[in-house]
Write a protein that binds this ligand. Sequence first.
Ligand code: OAD
Length: 250
Amino acid sequence: MSKRQKIVILTGAGISAESGLATFRDPDGIWAKYDYNEVATPEGFEADPALVHSFYNWRRANLETVHPNPAHVALARLEEKFGAALTLVTQNVDDLHERGGSTRVIHMHGELKKARCAACGAVHRWAGDLALETRCPGCGEVGALRPHIVWFGEMPMRMDEIAVAITKADLFVSIGTSGNVCPAAGFVGEARACGVPCIELNLEPSENAWAFTVARYGRASVIVPDWVEEICAASGIPSFEENPIQNTSY
Ligand code: OAD
């Protein structure tokens, strides 16, 4: 593959798992411990904002105890090589891509280290806790700040930009995501409809594994650096094994 070809990468919680951040749907995942209706919906925030703040305060604080792993670093190296030809989209609200060296990450589900004011609309960088008593540093309103996170029922961010990138892509790569949550789970279908080859890099087959052209399964810290090395070295599309569970009628 030449440097000029365009790659869209979608990452999910699996890429940060080996850094020590819990995934969502694994048996010991976040949604096994919390009801997402209570902590990740606008209705939940309206019903109990203190609970929602404490959930995201815990995750924001936990973020300070972890570090990027070789998968994050490898994708940053890919950005160095491919520049604007690489579009990195993540569902993750952590900042491990940035701390691994990536500079142009699209956080479609928002960012833990940002807060948004419902009164003035400003988005602020946020390192500490949020509480009902917190004052917006922009407009001074008390109690109007919320985590800059896309909750269930809300529209993910920068969707137009992502759709254009997928349409123009030469390759779509999905890393460490269960394929459970739309619209991200639909990106592979959009890419395939445009004739874009699609690769899945995951611990195990995702829910829409059948839709991918090729797949490689294993730990992200191993298979992502390997793939990046191959794609940087290769002059054509990398020669992976055929996906054994590909549905060829797709
Ligand atoms: P999930 O927890 O649903 O899926 C994580 C995926 O990562 C699974 O397919 C695992 O097999 C895989 N995985 C686990 N460890 C891995 C490793 N070491 N290497 C590679 N893969 C590994 O998380 P997401 O698909 O990211 O949204 O979840 C999508 C969205 O659902 C999240 O952004 C969040 C959640 O509800 C919101 O909160 C709005």
